[in-house]
Design a protein around this ligand. Structure first.
Ligand code: ADP
Ligand code: MG
Length: 356
């Protein structure tokens, strides 16, 4: 008997998955209409679904061991149910009739580490519903619905990167995305390089308030600079007249966008790594979204032989780091750094490459 049957006493009708993502360059740029460079990670979220026989939606997360029942369709649940419910509600608003469903969620994407478990949950849900009801929606629309679900129903003022990455990226390539135009390119990894992703073990406590504050600062800076969004500034000197902390915040966004555009030119692993190191320094000093544990882990990675560069990834305030390393050495580098990081009293873990 499947776990779905144990919870819902029915067999699932459809199954769909979506991966998490790690962002290599272009952090805190997506809500500034800027450029990003994520790739998919091997970890994914799977949803199984079937029709509910009691006129109510039921969502179960195996990872949280939590069951949510939607009693009234005009009442958004709190917690993980809001992401799923948001996706279903938005489909309804688009004119697709969605009957009451049983949805079972299981994931290998770490939750709350900056690898986008939330987008993986939304995209997997939308893929499952699309497949079950043959909905005429494409992968871009799935990403856009997923982002709206997160903003409107889960209350997170996110950009479009996570959902686009979960819907379109694969682990063998880097996805370049212009978040204003949604123009994108599928790129190879820099020659001779692979990635390492490590969780710092520090929970992202101030992430939501810090994120919203940074977002508001960027909007204010764009307003003072008389542009639609900070993406419209390409010369870092243009932000020098702004009052602090807007000057530093915008300097991060402008220089980060320029780093992504440089990486788009097909640069060496060495240079890509230098840009990642510069990105971390900018996130730490100008954007102020790092924490001591992330700085320690990033520095350990940067100082290790075979590492081209490393930085925090995701919104910051805790969570994961990403490094670009020599191809074939990722496993050994990650094990070595983890051992040193954890013997200093930390609680890190290796997420990519996956231990087999
Ligand atoms: P992340 O960086 O992992 O996306 P977020 O804070 O954006 O972090 O999203 C985490 C939230 O997404 C969780 O608190 C939960 O509500 C929801 N979520 C993600 N994956 C799952 C899952 N497998 N089961 C239940 N809820 C999940
Ligand atoms: Mg998220």
């Amino acid at each position: 008997m499947t776990n779905f049957e144990k919870i819902f006493t029915e067999i699932p009708e459809t199954e769909a998955s979506a991966t998490g993502r790690v962002n290599l360059l272009g952090e805190h740029t997506d809500y500034n209409d800027g450029f990003v460079m994520p790739t998919a990670i091997p970890q994914s979220t799977t949803v199984q679904l079937g029709l509910s026989n009691d006129l109510q939606h039921h969502f179960y997360s195996e990872d949280l061991d939590e069951l949510v029942t939607i009693l009234e369709t005009n009442h958004t649940p709190s917690g993980f149910g809001s992401y799923i419910f948001g996706c279903l509600q938005l489909l309804e608003k688009e004119g697709h009739k969605i009957p009451p469903l049983n949805i079972y969620v299981k994931s290998s994407v770490p939750i709350g580490s900056g690898l986008s478990s939330s987008a993986a949950l939304e995209v997997a849900t939308l893929r499952g519903v699309r497949s079950r009801f043959d909905l005429p929606i494409d992968d871009i629309q799935i990403a856009q619905l997923a982002q709206q679900a997160e903003i409107i129903y889960a209350g997170v003022q996110c950009g479009i990167m996570d959902q686009m990455a979960s819907s379109l990226a694969d682990p063998e390539h880097i996805l370049f995305l212009d978040t204003r135009t949604l123009e994108r390119q599928v790129l190879p990894f820099p020659s001779g390089a692979e990635i390492v992703v490590m969780d710092s073990g520090v929970p992202r406590t101030l992430a939501t308030s810090g994120y919203n504050q940074r977002r508001a600062e960027c909007e204010e800076a764009a307003h003072l600079l008389r542009v639609k969004a900070l993406r419209d500034i390409t010369d870092p000197n243009m932000v020098e007249e702004l009052p602090e902390p807007l000057r530093r915040r915008s300097r991060h966004v402008v220089t980060e966008n320029n780093r992504v555009l440089e990486a788009l030119q097909g640069i060496s692993a060495q240079r890509f790594g230098e840009l990642m190191n510069a990105s971390h320094a900018s996130l730490r000093d100008d954007y102020e979204v790092s924490v001591p544990a992330l700085d320690t882990l990033v520095a350990m990675l940067q100082e290790t032989a075979g590492v081209f560069g490393a930085r925090l990834t995701g919104a910051g305030f805790g969570g994961a780091c990403v490094a670009l390393v020599e191809a074939g050495r990722g496993n050994a580098i990650a094990i070595d750094v983890l051992q040193r990081y954890n013997s200093a009293g930390n609680n890190g873990r290796i997420l990519v490459p996956q231990v087999t």
